[in-house]
Write a protein of this length. Sequence first.
Length: 278
Amino acid sequence: MHLYKSSIGSVIVRNHEHRKIKDGSDWDSLINRDDLHKTLENKWESAQILTDTECFSDSVLAPIGTQEVWASGVTYFSSRLARMEESQDSGGGDFYSRVYQAARPEIFLKATPSRVVGHKQSFRIREDSDWDVPEPELTLYATTSGKIVAYTIGNDVSSRSIEGENPLYLPQAKTYDKCACLGPCLYVPEEPISSDSEISLSIKRADKEVYFGSTRLSEMKRTLEELVGYLFRETSFEQGVFLMTGTGVVPGNDFTLQKGDIVSITIDSIGTLVNSVE
């Protein structure tokens, strides 16, 4: 089932039927449950059936409350190659090869909630960057205990020119206002998401598709549980946390985002996240 945060409340979608949860649960306390799937099943029976789904569609918000958004890097071979290429002039390319092979993954703080935008909202590229790309990523929601209970789609917008100049500039390349996109919902399955799930990225400019690429979760070098396990080492999350799991879809070196571009990211079983460049 799919759980949406919206301006009209929390909405469960199951078999194309939309129902609004009536008990007034705040978002953080609703999703921070190790038994989230069972909780939503129980709430489904008493939830209010929505007939005006078009109105609901316009009310969808980013599926985040007070949680932080963290991200993983260099979890796909294609990402390893891209990071090495962008950093070769600065002499930092070897770092990315080494972290790809290392036991410890690259994990960093991506965004606070105020820097996250939702479905159909616009994100920003840095004014002081001349090479910017979207990074389509499966994003996990893990509860306070570290259990993965839901999945969503993330766009880890990045400045390749800034990170490529010096790997130590990664926080500036990754974290700024409106730097992250999440949505359109939380996918809350009874079983873990399939490793055969496809992730695709489409970018349109003036109604013309200028880039398309795809990969599968099975191409990821690390397991989802491994990434969450490292994130929770010595770090606690009072309301749970979102973790982007890295990208395996990397536009070529001749591509950079432009204002007005429409970025669509689709992941099997979850849906499609659509955002524009502000």
